[in-house]
Write a protein that binds this ligand. Structure first.
Ligand code: ZN
Length: 259
């Protein structure tokens, strides 16, 4: 498995996503909520708490966004780059994130790793292995990955590829769960093209992939130092905490730039 993958055909995927969104919206509107403003749908909205997971709850009743996505949207607006003139690539975008980028950026490119396909595109999405991307050098102003890098084998290759596709001055804006009390460790590795487990298998929920996505890397406190040492990437972490945007606990958002 290389990154988060989709095994469904594009029409099936679109119908499933629309149905899930409708069902979720009906369920959300029937629950207790509080007012706020959502940076993804750019509107006054209500937020509903669905769990005690601070990265995933509360949820915007209008677009279904979660705190992690709203934290990324806030950082994108504050990057200092001209977002309305930017070309943005997001790997494995959720529906609300995809709509957000299409609205705010000059051009949005979305990609997934579609297992088993040799097609270059599936529907509106590019079929992309993050470690060997079909995009030109310096094609993008911004690349976004949200909770993708814990699932990508050979993650440093993927980081390097992302920076190859970024223009000078561009930024990789990303999230990943990490432990601040431990160093990074691999939970699995690639051997002859196959995943070999080094630690017991752990999966993260993925609404589109049955069984969830395998966690390949437990990221730790040495992330920034590793990117600087191995790839000459300057990575800064920002804790985003904004209850008015439905971000009730601090969420870490990273910005990586070349050099
Ligand atoms: Zn929203």
């Amino acid at each position: 498995m290389i990154g988060r993958r989709l095994a469904l055909s594009s029409p099936g995927l679109a119908l499933l996503a629309i149905w899930k969104r409708w069902r979720r919206s009906r369920r959300l509107r029937s629950q207790d909520s509080r007012p706020g403003r959502c940076p993804l749908c750019a509107a006054a909205t209500r937020f509903v708490a669905l769990s005690d997971q601070v990265r995933e709850s509360p949820v915007c009743v209008r677009c279904g966004s979660v705190p992690r996505q709203r934290a990324v949207a806030k950082v994108l607006h504050e990057l200092g780059l001209d977002l309305p003139r930017s070309v943005v690539h997001e790997s494995s975008p959720s529906l609300c994130s995809w709509h957000f980028l299409r609205r705010v950026a000059a051009r949005a490119v979305g990609s997934y790793y579609f297992e088993g396909t040799t097609a270059k595109r599936v529907g509106v999405f590019h079929a992309v292995d993050l470690r060997a991307q079909p995009f030109a050098n310096a094609e993008f102003d911004i690349v976004v990955t949200q909770d993708v890098f814990e699932h990508v084998p050979e993650p440093l290759r993927a980081f390097a590829e992302i920076h190859r596709t970024l223009r000078a001055g561009g930024a990789h804006v990303f999230t990943l769960p990490r432990q601040l009390h431990a160093d990074t460790r691999a939970r699995a590795r690639l051997v002859d093209g196959r995943i070999e487990l080094l630690l017991p298998a752990q999966h993260h929920r993925n609404p589109i992939e049955q069984g969830g996505s395998l966690v390949v890397t437990d990221w730790g406190r040495d992330l920034e130092a590793m990117l600087a040492r191995e790839l000459d990437i300057t990575c800064t972490a920002t804790w985003v905490h904004a209850p008015e945007l439905g971000i009730d606990a601090p969420i870490e958002v990273f910005v990586g730039r070349a050099g």
